[in-house]
Design a protein around this ligand. Structure first.
Ligand SMILES: [Zn+2]
Length: 388
């Protein structure tokens, strides 16, 4: 049991497993908070660790744009820079090729970004992107890929799959250490046939794990969920399966039911800063006047720092007064909510009770706040995904 990825229990298509890197153990299914710019917005490394997190996500395009790869390497790596003792997965910049597309030229051999900060050219090529991630000390690296918008044509999707495959092959040859793991990314939008083609190509390569990318980019939610159902057949059982950019509680439960192990999303911290808080019955909007006089925590049974110490009334006041503390207290709770949800999920899978748990959770979890319900219906996608 000294492998990088050990499966502990399988319950139908869901599994509990352990990832071990540099002696640090992470149990999956797990959610990874997003530190795009080497910071999970408004929380420091100790607060994240106190919630229980040991694996977070950062982004190599943003690190290249600021503070710079050489700067970080000379500093002693991203872990030292952030004072983060856990593991870090870095995304490759492929997503920014989509989200910053007005500043991007996609070439056969890479992506040319015009920095969103100072306009200087940042030329990302597959081999360099792996070296950059090694240079800053990433524990799990992602190869450069092509992520397309939902309106992409069939031909564009096919081309993107080919380029992603060719870059994946280059990325594998660029590795200089097995200490930093490297995952392959399967593309294909919501087209099931193309996703299968992409999966066959990418899983033929010797990656340490595999991801589904290119989802949560504005497509119909049902189509997205449909595309996830193939994961158990298309990705090998003995390696981690990572669903990129998805993180609402109900989507996590559904994706785990399909067989995914790892997730990241800006959703919990982004909506926290807008006053939207997770509860087992759905999201609540702390701005609502009904919370003004409620001297109770966000959730009675939540044991997070925020729920142990502060009332809905106080958090309501902080948001009305635009106090920064409100953003922090809310971000801690939302991240703790997902951390606890993943802990319970692992326990249920270990006991082979996950199917029933998932049905109960999904029945209970809905938006009770009409304002949020409307917002979720019309704009769910804006609150999904990753930062630009
Ligand atoms: Zn809480």
């Amino acid at each position: 049991m000294n492998k990088f990825f050990n499966i502990i229990n399988v319950d139908k298509t869901s599994r509990v497993a352990e990832i071990v890197i540099n002696g640090i153990k992470i149990q999956t299914p797990c959610f990874m908070p997003v530190a795009t710019q080497a910071s999970v917005k408004s929380l420091d490394s100790f607060e994240l660790n106190n919630i229980g997190y040991n694996l977070i996500l950062s982004n190599i395009y943003h690190m290249a744009a600021r503070p710079g790869i050489t700067y970080l390497k000379d500093f002693g790596g991203i872990h030292k820079f952030m004072n983060w003792k856990g593991l870090i997965l870095t995304d490759s910049g492929g997503f920014q090729g989509y989200s910053l597309s007005h500043r991007v030229k996609v070439k056969d051999d890479g992506i040319i970004f015009q920095s969103h900060l100072d306009g200087k050219e940042i030329y990302f090529k597959p081999k360099q992107v792996v070296r950059y991630q090694e240079d800053i000390g990433s524990n799990i690296m992602m190869p450069l890929d092509i992520c397309l918008p939902k309106k992409a044509s069939l031909n564009e999707l096919k081309e993107a799959i080919e380029t992603t495959y060719s870059w994946a092959k280059e990325s594998i040859t660029a590795r200089t250490t097995i200490d930093s793991k490297l995952f392959g990314i399967v593309q294909g939008g919501t087209n099931l046939e193309l996703r299968e083609i992409s999966a066959k190509k990418i899983t033929s390569l010797d990656f340490d794990g595999f991801a589904y990318g290119g989802l949560g980019v504005g497509e119909d939610k049902e189509l997205m969920m449909n595309a996830l159902q193939s994961v158990n057949e298309l990705l090998p059982e003995n390696k981690p399966r990572y669903l990129m950019g998805i993180g609402s509680p109900d989507d996590l439960i559904k994706s785990i039911r399909n067989g995914f192990d790892m997730f990241d999303c800006v959703l919990p911290t982004r909506i926290a800063r807008n006053g939207s808080l997770f509860t087992e019955k759905g999201r609540i909007n702390i701005f609502n006047a009904k919370y003004k006089n409620i001297d109770k925590p966000i959730e009675e049974k939540c044991k997070c720092y925020s729920c142990e110490n502060y009332s809905l009334a106080y958090i309501h006041h902080l948001f009305k007064s635009k106090e920064l503390l409100g953003y922090r207290i809310s971000s801690i709770h939302n991240l703790a909510f997902l951390y606890n949800l993943m802990s319970v999920t692992r326990k249920m899978i270990k006991n082979s009770d996950f199917s029933l748990f998932a049905i109960d959770f999904l029945k209970e979890y809905r938006s009770t706040d009409p304002q949020i319900q409307a917002e979720q219906k019309s704009k769910w996608i804006q609150s999904q995904g990753r930062e630009n």
